[in-house]
Design a protein around this ligand. Structure first.
Ligand code: CA
Length: 226
């Protein structure tokens, strides 16, 4: 899951970036409204945390522009004031939720999960595919009743696959959502991690879930071993 933070207070922005990375989100930060709007229009984010008072262009105007441009990425507004007027403006401009500063990081995480869940159509903190279950809070992964131990990066990769089942995911898409640096075609890091996941998730099962689409990328689907 890739999150864009648009926040000019460096202290708050850095705190958010650090905390979200610890939760295995991929995070980009813009300290200026115009830069933030540009990033939001040109990247495929899963969520935007948007401050209201920003240099360049304020958060409400950015949100209006994004929605006018059919950019429908979920947005949580970060508002400094407990002002009803700001909240109404935010919701009218198309935000999905807001949180008032100062806020607890735990509360923000709950709101982020709730907004992502609505977007993904999931009704709980658990997502499933076939006999595979992922707990989005504890990061516990179970296949056919057996717990699978994954590293943080393996978990992030698997969560991205499970959130996009039966859809071919290119290496570029995977790189953008799971790694926070631009994919370098000379590295085979994605293939290496897919192999780690296959060994842990598919090995020993007749039905394989992780499949290679030659020359393109990978797809999560149910397919019997031939
Ligand atoms: Ca601000």
């Amino acid at each position: 899951m890739k999150i864009l933070v648009i926040e000019d207070e460096k202290k708050v922005a850095n705190f958010l970036q650090k905390g979200l990375k610890e939760e295995q989100y991929v995070v980009d930060v813009a300290y200026d409204g115009l830069e933030g709007e540009h990033l939001a229009k040109t990247n495929d984010y899963d969520l935007i945390l948007l401050d209201i008072m920003l240099p360049g262009k304020d958060g409400i105007e950015i949100l209006k522009t994004l929605r006018q441009c059919q950019v429908n990425i979920p947005v949580i507004m970060l508002t400094a004031k407990e002002m009803v007027e700001d909240k109404i403006k935010g919701f009218n401009a198309g935000c999905d939720d807001y949180i008032s500063k100062p806020f607890s990081f735990e509360e923000l995480l709950v709101r982020i999960r709730a907004v992502l869940r609505r977007g993904g159509g999931a009704l709980s903190n658990v997502i499933t595919f076939a006999d595979l279950t992922l707990d989005l809070i504890s990061h516990k992964v179970i296949r056919a009743g057996r717990e699978i131990e994954l590293t943080a990066k393996e978990y992030t990769l698997l969560e991205y696959l499970v959130r996009n089942p039966n859809r071919v995911l290119t290496r570029t898409m995977i790189a953008e959502h799971v790694w926070d640096y631009n994919y370098d075609s000379f590295t085979n890091v994605i293939d290496v991690y897919i192999n780690y996941l296959r060994n842990k998730v598919d090995r020993g099962f007749d039905t394989k879930l992780i499949h290679t689409v030659r020359g393109v990328g990978y797809v999560l689907k149910e397919e019997q071993k031939k």
